[in-house]
Design a protein around this ligand. Structure first.
Ligand SMILES: Cc1cc2c(cc1C)[n+](S(=O)(=O)[O-])c1c(=O)[nH]c(=O)nc-1n2C[C@H](O)[C@H](O)[C@H](O)COP(=O)(O)O
Length: 495
């Protein structure tokens, strides 16, 4: 059995010229890798000669080093008892955050999805909150996503026997108990040390589909291994410039039982999420953008972890995707009628009308507004049964889900609320969030006079305000007002 390395021997390699780091009790020589690190050199050099596990975990799936660092650079086990522990410097902000965690409300005090946002804003680490809550630029589209639902009013029907409510439906042929799914959101371990597998477990409890993100903190296989029984998962794909890597990912996902391939088409380059960027710069030393300058310093960590995404992806790639998989192919991030019609002609199986949660093109329209434009165009051509249309962005209530389904969506994706519930309360938080939506759904179906999903149709809505064009008024979303800058938000039970 080879001799374990000591902390002192690793600590000697603490520079650009010779850089060793420890991750999960093993040492790695990352000297040659430094210039290639998507997150820049500085974040690695901060841990040169030291234990980098705590910084490594939220951002990288556990199999990252096995996959991307040549075996010759794997130096072996370290006797961790000989590793000098970093002296913990008192961090007043962290102390304040721990105090707020002690005072956070019990889970039962969360009555709707926005309550989870309010709690998460208070108790999450700043970098995690910044990454999850960030929208692009001035966050106008992010706020419009939520505000747009408030422009749609119901035209409920009365004296309908609504004793028995059935909110089940199918999405891509999969039976599901309620027409929403957990959409792909990256870096789950920023909010919870277990990461995306927490969402997997909650999705199983409620028979809800989970979309597995390319940029998950957990490895793809960890997330698939966490599913139970015939639980359904889809894969969200950022297409790699190296199509062989993409092919392997798609084939592996199909082999592991994924039932849908959602190709993200609204992010040829990740948007400018300034809250995320600021928090990266404000964290002493963890500024992933400085160092060798090969990573664009001005775009925050999101850009850094996504340098592999291929901006050359185009319609000409669709036949290739159809040739490498039998999974249904859905384009995620479609934002106008013309592209939906082109998607039908290209023979894909569905689209997600989405602007990436307002994290991409600022002043892109909300998914629900695009949906209201798309469905009549599809019906006019008799194409509304040729593809399944999903929508995401700003869904916070079951009434939002009902409005999307009345307009013709097959289902809706929900992102941030489940991240916030997971970050604040773990599995029980996500479980409660899903149950709250189910309870709201049952009540509101009764109140609009619908007993089954098939009953939901455009006549139950008044969309004049939605289609009346943009009044130029930038939505100020009172419910989420405090969500956009934790520094201004009142703290829990402030004395
Ligand atoms: C909140 C969030 C969303 C992300 C997301 C990460 C976070 C933290 N990430 S991102 O890092 O690249 O931006 C992804 C992603 O990996 N891939 C993707 O297709 N959509 C990504 N999205 C968009 C997501 O799939 C939905 O379109 C969006 O979250 C829906 O809006 P709500 O959050 O308001 O529900």
């Amino acid at each position: 059995m080879s001799q374990k390395l000591t902390g002192a021997s690793v600590a000697e390699h603490n520079s650009k010229d010779s850089c060793w780091v420890i991750v999960h009790g093993k040492a790695y020589d990352v000297t040659e890798f430094l210039p290639e690190h998507p997150g820049g050199q500085k974040i690695i050099l901060k841990y040169a000669g030291k234990d980098a596990t705590e910084e490594f975990d939220p951002i990288h799936p556990p199999d990252t080093l096995d996959k991307f660092l040549d075996a010759s650079k794997h130096l072996g086990e370290v006797d961790m008892s000989t590793v000098e522990q970093e002296e913990k410097v008192f961090d007043p902000e962290e102390a304040d955050r721990q105090e707020r965690i002690k005072r956070m409300p019990p889970l039962a005090a969360c009555y709707n999805l926005m309550d989870f946002e309010a709690v998460a804003r208070q108790i999450m680490k700043k970098t995690a909150w910044a990454y999850y809550s960030s929208g692009a630029d001035d966050e106008i589209t992010m706020r419009e996503n939520h505000a747009a639902f408030h422009k749609i009013w119901f035209r409920p029907r009365i004296l309908v026997d609504v004793e028995n409510i059935d909110m089940s439906t199918t999405m891509l042929g999969t039976p599901c108990s309620i027409p929403f799914y957990v959409t792909a959101t990256a870096l789950g371990k920023l909010g919870n040390p277990e990461g995306e597998v927490v969402l997997t477990r909650a999705a199983h409890r409620h028979n809800v589909v989970q979309m597995i993100p390319t940029l998950a903190s957990c490895s793809f296989d960890e997330i698939v291994d966490a599913k139970q029984g015939d639980q359904v998962q889809w894969l969200q794909l950022y297409v790699n410039k190296d199509r062989e890597i993409t092919r392997k990912i798609v084939e592996h996902a199909e082999k592991r039982g994924c039932k849908g391939l959602f190709i993200t088409v609204d992010a040829p380059q990740l948007g400018r999420r300034e809250k995320d960027m600021r928090s990266k710069f404000s964290d002493a030393g963890s500024d992933v953008q400085s160092g060798d300058g090969s990573v664009d310093r001005s775009q925050g960590a999101a850009r850094a972890i996504s340098s592999f995404i291929d901006p050359a992806l185009s319609w000409k790639d669709i036949p290739w995707f159809k040739s490498i998989t039998r999974m249904p192919i859905i384009l995620k991030g479609v934002q106008c009628v013309e592209d939906v019609l082109r998607a039908v002609e290209a023979g894909v199986d569905g689209v997600v009308l989405s602007n990436h949660g307002g994290r991409q093109l600022e002043t892109a329209r909300s998914g629900i507004e695009v949906l209201a434009e798309v469905m009549p165009a599809l019906r006019e051509r008799g194409w509304d049964k040729r593809i399944e249309v999903f929508v995401d962005g700003g869904v916070r209530r079951a009434t939002d889900i009902l409005k999307a389904l009345c307009l013709g969506a097959k289902g809706v994706g929900i992102g941030r609320p489940f991240l916030y519930a997971m970050s604040a309360y773990g599995l029980d938080g996500v479980d409660r969030a899903m149950q709250l939506l189910k309870d709201e759904m049952e009540m509101n179906m009764r109140l609009i006079g619908a007993t089954r999903i098939e009953d939901l149709n455009p006549s139950l809505l008044d969309t004049r305000a939605l289609l009346g064009g943009h009044s130029g008024v930038i939505p100020s979303d009172t419910l989420g007002l405090r969500a956009y800058d934790p520094l201004e938000a009142p703290r829990f039970n402030e004395k």
